[in-house]
Design a protein around this ligand. Structure first.
Ligand SMILES: NC(=O)c1ccc[n+]([C@@H]2O[C@H](COP(=O)([O-])OP(=O)(O)OC[C@H]3O[C@@H](n4cnc5c(N)ncnc54)[C@H](OP(=O)(O)O)[C@@H]3O)[C@@H](O)[C@H]2O)c1
Length: 292
């Protein structure tokens, strides 16, 4: 009986794998035994470094520039992947990770901001799947993992455009799971919470340190999650063992998003006590603060 938790000998394509979660996923899948197609939009040196890391595990790597908002780029990528002269010639796993948006309130959004965000996460995602499925099917089936975001389930300031695109992505995950199951292809979404990486530091700017401190102190696991942490869950979802998750959106956040209401109360209580505004009592009274 084959080991359904093994990814040994598989071939994976990870979009947006020059940095962040995509890069961590490419490296993790290589350590699990996958050859990896790495794609990027602008950061060619970073993409080459990820390819080196993949090859250092003894697996093969291919690097392709592909702007996921461009159908012609996606078609060129998949042409290259299908051809054994320029790519692996087969595909078992697709991780649709690339995303980009314009972070702004919805009332400030211009049509071009919405169109570009949707071009990557909705139109581009669908084209990638349409091109990848025949290749996966020819190899006996496969798994598609789509990376969503916490903004579909909770308000994150300035995330409205991306949240709408990711919500559409999540809908397509469920529909594709229904359409592709009989062809041996499963489709799952993964919804990370706060990923402690470059993109978050860029988005939060001068508030990053303060926000990271609150995240660490109030998260149920009392830590932030690195791209490598989240990549562990993504890799797990790529295995055959996870095939019954098809059609689901799996949260990979250690309950961080579910806990937001309690974290808010906990923080308010801590701040009130630190300011001396509240007497914590003798310890017998019920407390909303909980273990720290
Ligand atoms: N960061 C978080 O806290 C967080 C939380 C939940 C979900 N997510 C989701 O997780 C995924 C990865 O996030 P991340 O923070 O790791 O991202 P990141 O560090 O900003 O990296 C984004 C990656 O996508 C590529 N990319 C950007 N625009 C692209 C385009 N138009 N076409 C193709 N590739 C493009 C980038 O390529 P270049 O390097 O060449 O620019 C890079 O490899 C995204 O889907 C994001 O929405 C992130």
């Amino acid at each position: 009986m084959s080991d359904t938790l093994s990814l040994q000998g598989r071939t994976a394509l990870v979009t947006g794998s020059s940095r962040g979660l995509g890069a961590a996923t490419a490296r993790r899948l290589a350590r699990a035994g996958c050859d990896v197609v790495i794609t990027y939009r602008r950061k060619d040196r970073e993409a080459a470094a990820v390819a080196e890391a993949v090859e250092a595990t003894g697996r093969r790597a291919w690097v392709h520039r592909c702007d996921m908002s461009r159908i012609d780029h996606i078609d060129a990528l998949m042409d290259a992947v299908e051809d054994p002269a320029t790519g692996p010639g087969r595909l078992d796993v697709v991780v649709a990770n690339a995303a980009a948006t314009s972070f702004r309130p919805l009332m400030d959004a211009q049509p071009r901001h919405v169109e570009r965000t949707f071009a990557i996460s909705v139109t581009g995602f669908l084209r990638l799947v349409q091109r990848a499925v025949p290749l996966m099917e020819a190899g006996g089936g496969g798994r598609i993992v789509a990376v969503s975001g916490a903004d579909t389930v909770t308000w994150i300031p300035a995330h409205g455009i991306l949240a709408a695109a990711k919500a559409a992505l999540e809908s397509m995950v469920a529909y594709l799971a229904c359409e592709l199951g009989e062809r041996g292809i499963t489709v799952v979404g993964v919804n990370p919470g706060w990923i402690d990486g470059d993109s978050l530091q860029l988005m939060l700017g001068p508030f990053y340190e303060a926000a990271a401190d609150v995240e660490r102190r109030t998260h149920p696991m009392r830590s932030t999650m690195s791209p490598d942490d989240v990549a562990e869950t993504v890799a797990l979802l790529c295995t055959d063992a996870a095939r019954l998750t098809s059609g689901s959106i799996v949260r990979a956040d250690g309950a961080g998003v579910f806990a937001f209401c309690g974290r808010f109360i906990q923080l308010a209580a801590e701040q009130a006590m630190a300011a001396g505004a509240v007497d914590p009592g003798d310890g017998d009274a019920p407390s909303v603060v909980g273990p720290t």
